[in-house]
Design a protein around this ligand. Sequence first.
Ligand SMILES: Cc1cc2nc3c(=O)[nH]c(=O)nc-3n(C[C@H](O)[C@H](O)[C@H](O)COP(=O)(O)OP(=O)(O)OC[C@H]3O[C@@H](n4cnc5c(N)ncnc54)[C@H](O)[C@@H]3O)c2cc1C
Length: 417
Amino acid sequence: MTAETDVIIIGAGSSGLSAAKELTRLGHTITVIEGSHRIGGRAYSEEISPGVWFDLGCSYLHQGEINPFVPIADELGVVLGKDQADLFEIDKITLRRNGYPLNSEEIARHNRYKAGCNATIMAAAERGEDVAIANLVDLESEFAIPYTGGMASLNAQDIDQISTIDFASSGNGSNIPVLNGYGNLIAAWGADVPVSLNTRVERIDWSGSGVIVETPNGTIKGSTVLSTVSNGVLASGDILFSPTLPDWKTQTINNLPTGTMNKICVHFDADVFGEDGRGFCNTWNDDGNAAGIEASVMGLNTAVVFIGGRHAIWLEKQGQQAGHGFAVDRIADVFGSDIRKHVTRSIVTAWTSEPWTRGSYSSAQPGHGHQRVELARPIDERLFFAGEATIVGHQATCHGAYLSGIRAAQEIATTLA
Ligand SMILES: Cc1cc2nc3c(=O)[nH]c(=O)nc-3n(C[C@H](O)[C@H](O)[C@H](O)COP(=O)(O)OP(=O)(O)OC[C@H]3O[C@@H](n4cnc5c(N)ncnc54)[C@H](O)[C@@H]3O)c2cc1C
């Protein structure tokens, strides 16, 4: 493979695909290189049972009111669960401790604690106090276990590793599920972008004028390069830069690690939830086991169990069977042991050991809440950066990745002009 092009785009996830479309629209030549065998990156759906899809990565269209994939889905005829978009609202989430539902007084205490934690974090961020969330909240509370578990799933890091400023800068809004998979939606939307699959970038040479990108399949020359790979991949050194990246960029990459959030989807041969069981549940036991469960929100015979942070890394290391067992136990905590008779199979994600991402999504370290802007900053008008870690207000999301690709494409077009 030898090519000359305006922009070499590395990665065909949401950000690489949106950048490719935007640069093409602006009249530039592009070459999109993807290391894996498919497009979509962290947007990826698998069929757990005929016609029943599970998203191993993104599954909700967050910030549904402004999410660009909502109109795209509508145009493609993709079925969205717009009537379920409030599933994470505090009074919609059910709560179970040691297998029992909380009574109304306990629910009120729990919700006050959670709202109090949030208000404390927001106030600290407003004062410019960039510290670990763990330093601010009451960890002696009777509700600390579900709170820390929930935060680890949301942020892919434990609360001693999350910056108040970064956390406070994430956007709000509705969360729309997709019946047949967010990953399938991205694959359909990105299908018209020409991509060289199975082409792993090994080295980016920016020592001369322009850039030279080396892959096992050949070398590509371009005026500029746009990296959309995760910070986990950048930090691992899988891609060599010559000369090496400046220190400020390397520090930024390290200050925004790609944390771990894993999901386990369990499929059943019958509706074990019933109409009342559908929705999102936070369940925990006093032994410390906490998890979020999304049960059949779109009416399917599946439940998805969410865990994040160190617990998720530990469970991932135990292997698929341990992940399956953990998920079935948590679902049984909520819906009773009889569900075990109806389990058909599960899919257990392992994002930490996934070589193309080396983690789930980014979260800034305490003291480094403003690093996303630095991460997005180009180097020498030749090396550009996009992806979920490079955007503020929509970080760690699929539509945030999309928006970052558009932003980078426009910066590149201005530079090339
Ligand atoms: C478990 C989980 C749940 C999530 N839930 C949600 C959700 O509900 N809603 C939401 O909006 N977001 C969610 N996200 C986040 C969302 O999926 C990501 O933010 C988004 O998909 C990232 O897109 P990207 O383009 O930045 O990166 P990626 O999708 O990672 O794309 C980068 C691409 O680069 C490729 N690549 C890597 N190394 C190389 C190399 N050396 N050479 C060539 N190519 C390479 C990769 O294969 C990949 O395809 C979730 C993520 C995970 C993991």
